[in-house]
Design a protein around this ligand. Structure first.
Ligand code: HEC
Length: 208
């Protein structure tokens, strides 16, 4: 007979704990606190505190000078998209986003002059903008909501349902109002799991 999974797990934990010195062993309380720590926190007035460690989440993609308007802009801009690791793993299994998914879009200036660079662009150190797309059915009537952060340390304000964010994402996002068609590790999964939105399937068929 095989040992049960929980016995194997506790043996692994024991080994892990033993390899730490006594001062490094995390207390039960701090482990529990970490586990229950919500990814994002809201203030009583509905503002969202900035998700502090999103740079340790899963990187989905960078858009370079992506624009909803056909007019060219004179500034080079990168946007980097991150998602919390649990939601990413769930997407790999199912092709869809679980409740409590948090996605961060971070904007940075694209620079070309610096160090040894002669061509192309690299990202500047200043975050020029930050937006969050969050799924929380118990909090938002449409499940998903958008927040805007004036700076990475400022609190985020909720966009009202009438904002263009909701309509464009609903009409063109490939999976559940998110732009999976631009996230190269996720698009093939959504395809194989059959979770692409009918709108996106229609839109991409018309473009071929
Ligand atoms: C006209 C269409 C359009 C509108 C309007 C729009 N977006 Fe997006 N959004 C996009 C596209 C395209 C991407 C993919 C970006 C990439 O690939 O880097 C995106 C990605 C995002 C993401 C990353 C997560 C996801 O859902 O894929 C966030 C967060 C986001 N947008 C926030 C906003 C906010 C906030 C607003 C409103 C102020 C907004 N967007 C308005 C097209 C739009």
């Amino acid at each position: 007979m095989f040992p049960s999974l929980s016995i194997v797990r506790s043996a692994v934990c024991l080994v892990a704990a033993l390899s730490l010195t006594s001062t490094e062993v995390p207390s039960k309380a701090s482990v529990a606190a970490q586990k229950s720590k919500a990814l994002v926190t809201y203030k009583p007035n509905g503002e969202m505190l900035p998700p502090s460690n999103y740079r340790e989440w899963i990187y989905l993609s960078s858009g370079l000078d992506m624009s909803y308007s056909a007019n060219p802009t004179d500034m080079t801009r990168f946007d980097n998209v991150f998602v919390n690791p649990d939601a990413y793993r769930s997407f790999l299994r199912t092709g869809s986003w679980p409740d409590k998914t948090v996605m961060v879009l971070e904007e940075r200036e694209g620079r070309s002059k610096g160090s040894i660079n002669k061509q192309g662009h690299f990202q500047g150190t200043n975050v020029m903008g930050m937006e969050v797309h969050v799924k929380d059915a118990s909090r938002f009537p449409g499940q998903w909501a958008f927040f805007d952060f004036a700076s990475p340390t400022a609190n985020g304000t909720l966009f009202p349902k009438s904002a263009a964010c909701y309509s464009c994402h609903a009409a063109h996002g490939a999976v559940d109002t998110t732009f999976v068609q631009f996230y190269p590790t996720l698009l093939p999964i959504a395809r194989s799991k059959g979770t692409l939105s009918p709108e996106y399937v229609k839109e991409s068929a018309a473009k071929q």
